[in-house]
Design a binder for this molecule. Structure first.
Ligand SMILES: Nc1ncnc2c1ncn2[C@@H]1O[C@H](COP(=O)(O)OP(=O)(O)OP(=O)(O)O)[C@@H](O)[C@H]1O
Length: 347
């Protein structure tokens, strides 16, 4: 009998692969150094650390870093998220149960509902919340003192946060997409923990298709492991990784279904753009946010898509990656240079 679902197993595996200390955390050198200074200073003073904002695309290690902050400070971690908090009361309930020094991890903080967000301002700045009791003219605000705590907020882009919220973080760290060499290290570390026989060329192959993202690297490693166990002798070589990833529809530069759908829609339906994000999202039957935050960062970084003031544009590399020929009126000219801003009449 199988117990639990495959999705739960995947989540458990992902949790098991999380680095537990800053020293174990691979890559993001500058951010690690900055965080380690912030934490050392707080420890030296015997105080809780200043509020920390982490920004960057999904799967780069924001949750992992929040856990590490709590571990390094030797305090418990509490977890909540913007979408989980719809009313100021939800947030007041969480904050009133925070103990001195706790780390409160606030995922997707940019998606917090407005009234709760305002409550967060005083909680972060003055360690106080005003709990409103009653309704209408009889409503009274009862101030509730909070013990000092550290809020670790995570967001895909700091620009999504209102200024007053952004300003209340004492430290903001940005996570960048990982280099292939760093992803190879992530893969070897995970392979060790999962007891997978991963060879150098296997790691290189998987890292090159992981879109700069450790979560994707770990996921592809698990799929390649499945394939190697069932179809090969459980050894992950370059050839095995290549064959396995073809089966799972991950192409040679790591584009998955969504990425390809976005590029295809851009080229096929809209002649290469420019097209607005909303229109593009509808064309691939996805939410705007998913296209913008999951697919685009890597497509931009890979030089396949450009964000311009007039909309999204496919680059020459996108056409050639799809094996398509750009129409004469595609929004770039001659030698592949984007030339979008000079003459609106030509669009
Ligand atoms: N620097 C790293 N070294 C090793 N493994 C890492 C690193 N960063 C992330 N990982 C692994 O990648 C996975 C995803 O990390 P995590 O959940 O922290 O990402 P995230 O940025 O919080 O993503 P999301 O915002 O989507 O929740 C974890 O399983 C973790 O083990």
């Amino acid at each position: 009998m199988m117990s639990g679902g495959a999705a739960a197993d995947e989540r458990a595996l992902e949790a098991a692969l999380r680095p537990r200390s800053l020293a174990e955390f691979i890559g993001q050198e500058r951010l690690r150094e900055q965080l380690s200074l912030v934490l050392d200073a707080a420890r030296g003073r015997g105080r809780s650390a200043d509020h920390i904002l982490l920004s960057g695309p999904p799967g780069l290690g924001k949750t992992t870093l929040a856990m590490i902050v709590a571990t390094e400070m030797g305090v418990p971690l509490r977890i909540t998220s913007g979408p989980a908090i719809q009313h100021a009361g939800d947030l007041a309930a969480i904050l009133s149960s925070v103990s001195e020094g706790d780390v409160l991890f606030f995922d997707e903080i940019h998606r917090t509902a407005r009234p709760a967000e305002e409550l967060l301002y005083t909680a972060m700045e003055d360690f106080r919340v005003d709990v409103v009791v009653g309704k209408g003219p009889g409503a009274t605000a009862i101030p509730l003192e909070l013990p000092p705590f550290t809020l670790v907020g995570a967001t895909t882009r700091t620009g999504l946060l209102p200024g007053p919220l952004r300003d209340r973080f004492g430290f903001t760290g940005h996570l960048d997409l990982y280099e292939p060499k760093e992803l190879e290290q992530v893969l070897f570390r995970s392979a060790g923990l999962l007891d997978v026989d991963l060879r150098d060329d296997g790691a290189r192959e998987i890292a090159g298709r992981s879109r700069g993202t450790p979560r994707i690297a770990n996921r592809l490693l698990r799929r390649v492991r499945d394939f190697a166990e069932v179809r090969a002798d459980a050894v992950v070589t370059g050839d095995i990784a290549r064959t396995a990833l073809r089966v799972f529809e991950v192409d040679e530069i790591g584009l998955d279904r969504l990425d390809r759908a976005v590029l295809l829609a851009l080229c096929k339906n809209f002649g290469g753009g420019p097209v607005g994000l909303g229109t593009l999202a509808v064309a691939v039957a996805e939410e705007r946010e998913t296209v913008e935050e999951v697919a685009e960062p890597f497509l931009v970084r890979a030089g396949l898509l450009a964000r311009t003031p007039r909309g999204r544009v496919a680059t020459p590399a996108a056409w050639s990656h799809l094996g398509m020929v750009a129409p004469a009126q595609a929004p770039f000219r001659g030698h592949g240079e984007l030339d979008l801003f000079d003459n609106v009449d030509e669009a």
